[in-house]
Design a protein around this ligand. Structure first.
Ligand code: DGY
Length: 328
């Protein structure tokens, strides 16, 4: 490893304290714009740095990586999801990729739980009705939603965020069902009193609320396809705080509009920042601008985690949050 500080290019403005800590340790080139870099700016970055500190919204594909300079050795992602990085292509070029898992799990789970409550209880519809002057007094039959307690929650992906959602859900009186690539440790399963479904098709018709928490990979693209969405009962709800493309968004929008599903709480979309117009117009869809990890605390912790990965790498060690392509 060189004794010169590593040259780190940031592709996005990060919290001030994170940038200051990074600058104490490395030769950092900040980027003062709060929108994603153009592909040409990204190309210049990968040709001119040892470490690319990137984030969601950057497209780090095989074509870009093929033009990277030989000095590019680490892609340190600020965020947990790495679906915007071609990790296979990076590995083939000997470039390490890291992410910042776990530190944002509790905040993401809070947002998932907020959506699990908000959609059946029509929280946003109520706020809008009041603001628009449609509240003319309490009514026995107005603004009726559905009770959350006693319902069955089906979690897709019982990793860090999924388990944090499950703990919250149990406190709200939901029973926990889950589908995961592999069955989880029996101690955790017992603690959560979680029922494992090896077959997603078997789980879907039996649950009332589905919460998507798995990462987006080629295997999970449109995992909730139109056929699978049609397995849900007509009052079921969908919550997604992971990635938009895990659901066939067009099919979901059709079913929400046609009332073949109860509603949806979505923090993520297929073509962000664009949002499906049918979903935008649907009163039973609660839509958020990808903000599940948007707390000051999470963003600072994500920065610290990214810094730890870069520092370990700079010191010649394996960074703790390496992405192993075969594990995706
Ligand atoms: C992530 O870390 O991938 C999140 O989606 C950002 O909130």
């Amino acid at each position: 490893m060189t004794s010169q500080p590593l040259k780190v290019i940031l592709t996005r403005k990060l919290p001030e304290e994170v940038e200051a800590r990074l600058s104490d340790l490395f030769d950092v080139m900040p980027y003062n714009d709060d929108s994603p870099m153009s592909q040409s700016a990204l190309l210049a970055a990968v040709q001119g740095c040892d470490v690319l500190a990137c984030t969601l919204g950057d497209r780090i594909d095989a074509q870009l990586l093929a033009q990277a300079g030989p000095q590019l050795k680490l892609i340190a992602n600020f965020g947990a999801g790495v679906d915007h990085i071609d990790v296979q292509a990076a590995a083939a070029q000997g470039i390490t990729v890291t992410n910042t898992p776990s530190v944002l799990a509790e905040d993401a789970a809070d947002m998932a739980m907020a959506l699990i409550m908000a959609v059946p209880r029509r929280l946003v519809e109520g706020v809008e009705a009041l603001r628009q002057g449609r509240f003319v007094g309490w009514s026995p039959t107005w603004m009726l939603g559905h009770r959350v307690r006693g319902k069955k929650l089906g979690i897709i992906g019982l990793g860090r965020v999924g388990q944090a959602v499950a703990r919250r859900a149990r406190a709200f009186g939901l029973s926990v069902h889950y589908h995961n690539r592999n069955r989880i440790n029996p101690h955790v399963e017992n603690e959560l009193e979680a029922t494992y479904w090896e077959s997603l098709d078997q789980m879907l018709p039996r649950v009332d609320i589905v919460c998507v928490n798995c990462p987006q990979t080629p295997a999970t693209y449109h995992l909730l396809s139109r056929r699978r969405l049609e397995l849900l009962h007509k009052d079921a709800y969908i919550v997604n705080v992971s990635r938009g493309n895990i659901i066939d968004e067009e099919a979901l929008a059709d079913m929400i509009v046609e009332k073949r599903l109860g509603g949806a709480g979505l923090d993520v979309f297929s073509r962000e920042p664009a949002v499906n117009e049918k979903l935008m117009a649907a009163p039973n869809a609660v839509l958020l601008p990808h903000m599940a990890s948007a707390t000051v605390e999470s963003r600072i912790d994500m920065g610290d985690r990214m810094l730890i990965n870069i520092k370990m790498f700079a010191d010649g060690h394996k960074p703790p949050d390496r992405i192993i392509p075969e594990m995706l």
